[in-house]
Each structure stands twice: as C-alpha cells, then as structure tokens.
Ligand binder design. Structure first.
Ligand SMILES: *Cc1c(COP(=O)(O)O)cnc(C)c1O
Length: 377
C-alpha cells in the first residue's frame, strides 16, 4: 500500500482541509445515550415545537405510498404554489434540500479561488464554510459595536466597505442567527441599492414567518428593482418542517438558471414536496404558531428580565442570552437537567447561550432551571 493510502482524507482540496466543520445542536437521542436521561427538551436548533400543519402531515403520509418513484425533479406543483403565494414567476424560484443546500449552490455557482464573499461577524456559521470550500476569500465585516442599539447586529456600512472588485456574494441574515438581531428595512434597501452590479446580495430570511411581525417584510418587492438580489427562505423554522429539508431561493431568473445547472436533479423528495404544498395552503396555521411563539418569547424575555438575566433583542424564535464567564458550565448543567440549548462559543460569543423558544411548558422549565443556576453563581 502506498504511503498516501493511509490518509486518504488528505487528498481533499486545500480549501476543504482548512475548514472546521459546523457543529449542530445536540440531538435528543445523543443526550439520552450519554446521560441516560428520558425527559429531554431541545431548545437548540430553533425548531418549531408546534410542528407543521396537520394538512401537511396528512399529505406527507399519503406521499409515502409513492416513495419508490423519483420525485418530480422540477417540482412543478410546488413551484407553482410558491410563485402564487409570493407573487413571483416560477422561473424565479429554485428549490433546495433546505436553504443550506441553496447556500452551497450559490457559492459553487458564483465563487472560485479568484473571488471573495462578504459576511458579518456573529453571522450564520454556514456562510464562511460554503465560501471557503470553493477556495474563495471570506471577508468578515465587524458587527455593530456594543454601544449600538442593535448590539452585535450586522453593520451594513462595514459590510458595504468590505465589498471589493472580486466580491461576488454578500450574505446577510435578517434576522440574524445566532443573535436574533434584525435590520431596519430602509437601511437594508439602501444597502442593496448601492451594492455593485457584480455582487449578488443573498438575503437569508430563514425566520421570515416570525420577523414579518417585527416589520421585516417587503423584500420580495425589491426583486423587480434589484437583479442582484437573492432571497432565501425555508420551511424548517416557521413551517415546522425542519426534518423534511425544504428551502427555496427567489431571484432573477438568470440566477435561478445558474443554480439549477448544478442543483442535484432530485434534491427535494416527493414526500417533502407534498408536505410543502399542503403547508403553504395552510397559512393560518403558520401565522397562529408564529404569534404564539412571539407571545412565548415575550414571556421568556419578561422572565429573564425579572431574574436580572440579559439578552439581545430578537425578531426570531430564539434568544441570545448573556450568561457570563460560566456560559459553558451553565450549558452543561442544563444538559444534566434534560435541557439542550446552544453554546455560541464557536461564534466568538463565549459568554452567551442561544435558546430557542419552545412550548409553554418547555419555557417554564427552562426559566426555572436557568434562574436557579444563575442565582447559584
Ligand atoms: C436554520 C437556518 C438556515 C437553514 O435552514 P435549512 O433547514 O437548511 O433550510 C439558514 N439560515 C439561517 C440563518 C438559519 O438560521
């Protein structure tokens, strides 16, 4: 056996070898195995504990009968439903296996090692990964300073200043994960309006169904004006379909065409397509769940404030909570109590924990344990 054969992983590209992998929230089954716990709640991945529309569940159960068939690779019916709901043309819609896949496709289609892409400090961790995997340079613009009203939020002026002649993509999450912070609509629109024509602005609206209640809406209308705008949405968060993997991009048809050239032919399963179509038809469910989540978030915020625990403002279904130097210890203690939250040390936020909003009884349990742990300090 040749000496190279002992380390076949080293055959990967330099760009890939330099990556540090994304660390997802701990799955419930893993905590059960490691700690022997039974009664576990997961507030670590911003899932929607109310789940999808019952109509989506029913449609998916029916679709299971057809899993021996390949799905419709062009997802005709789902694209029609999305186009109608969003008032765009079907040629503007690209479907992804979660919006995570669309991030990969965007990077693959628009970046090479001769290019750069801009993202923000404390931005979503997947952006630097997909950028660097292509060999492109990742330019991280500093977040807003601690003195800003939107502490740790995206600094659009810094992001604009980071764009150079070789910049093909800018990634903006609104609201941002893990901070929960959001952008002023007018400021965001001006940013997009002044972005150079050679740079696509990728506006990731994963939390749109929550954020629209905070005034983050209207970006779809900007597509007509700005051919370099790409909007990403997902059914993983507000629609409660994280396990089905359905995301979509809305863009200029030429951008959609570029993405479709490299999109795996059958990237959205027939069960997922059926669930998504039924879920879209039940907007009342999504809206009701979003409003309940926001009411619960406000209740958790009030509980934290009463306990003297600080957190960042949020337009999403999670809170970035300021724990202090003991953040990882508190994370461990919550695990032992059967509550999974998300450490943000990998984001450079070592003093914080990101906590998703769960069902009322989950939130009660979280508040009780967290306030007790913080008091014990
Ligand atoms: C959760 C999330 C996504 C990805 O979700 P998918 O499940 O892949 O659709 C994308 N962007 C942000 C900011 C997220 O928080």
């Amino acid at each position: 056996m040749g000496s190279g054969a002992a380390h076949p992983g080293k055959l990967a590209s330099q760009a890939v070898l330099a990556l540090s992998p994304y660390v997802p929230g701990k799955p419930i089954s893993e905590l059960q195995r490691e700690y022997g716990l039974q009664d576990i709640i997961k507030l670590a991945s911003n899932e929607n504990p109310w789940g999808p529309s019952p109509r989506a569940l029913q449609a998916m159960r029916q679709a299971v009968d057809e899993v021996w068939l390949y799905p419709d690779g062009s997802a005709h019916e789902l694209k029609q439903a999305l186009a109608q709901a969003l008032r765009v043309n079907t040629t503007q819609v690209t479907l992804g296996n979660g919006s995570n896949e669309l991030l990969l496709l965007l990077a693959e289609a628009f970046l090479t090692n001769a290019h750069s892409a801009v993202c923000s400090q404390y931005g979503f961790a997947i952006y630097p990964l997909v950028i660097r995997a292509t060999g492109a340079r990742c330019i991280e613009a500093p977040a807003l300073p601690a003195s800003a009203r939107m502490l740790h939020g995206h600094d659009l002026a810094a992001m604009a200043a980071a764009i150079s002649a070789d910049t093909r993509l800018v990634f903006i999450a609104n609201p941002n994960n893990p901070t929960g912070t959001w952008l002023d609509n007018g400021a965001l629109r001006s940013f997009i309006a002044t972005a150079p024509a050679h740079t696509l602005v990728v506006l990731d609206e994963a939390y749109y169904e929550y954020a629209r209640h905070a005034g983050c809406e209207g970006s779809i209308g900007w597509l007509q004006e700005f051919p370099n705008l790409v909007i990403l949405r997902t059914m993983s968060k507000g629609y409660g379909l994280a396990g089905m993997r359905i995301g979509y991009a809305i863009s200029h048809p030429e951008v959609a065409d570029a993405l479709n050239r490299i999109r795996p032919a059958f990237n959205v399963s027939n069960v997922a397509q059926a669930g998504a179509i039924a879920a879209l038809a039940d907007s009342a469910h999504v809206n009701q769940v979003a409003l309940r989540t926001i009411a619960e978030r406000e209740r958790v915020q009030a509980g934290l404030t009463a306990a003297g625990i600080r957190y960042l403002p949020s337009a999403a279904n999670f809170l970035l909570v300021e724990i202090g130097a003991r953040a990882l210890e508190v994370y461990e203690q919550l695990l032992r109590g059967g509550i999974i939250v998300r450490p943000t040390v990998g984001y450079g936020l070592a003093q914080h924990l990101r906590i998703s909003i769960g069902l009322p009884e989950h939130n009660d349990r979280l508040l009780a344990q967290l306030t007790q742990l913080m008091r014990a300090a």
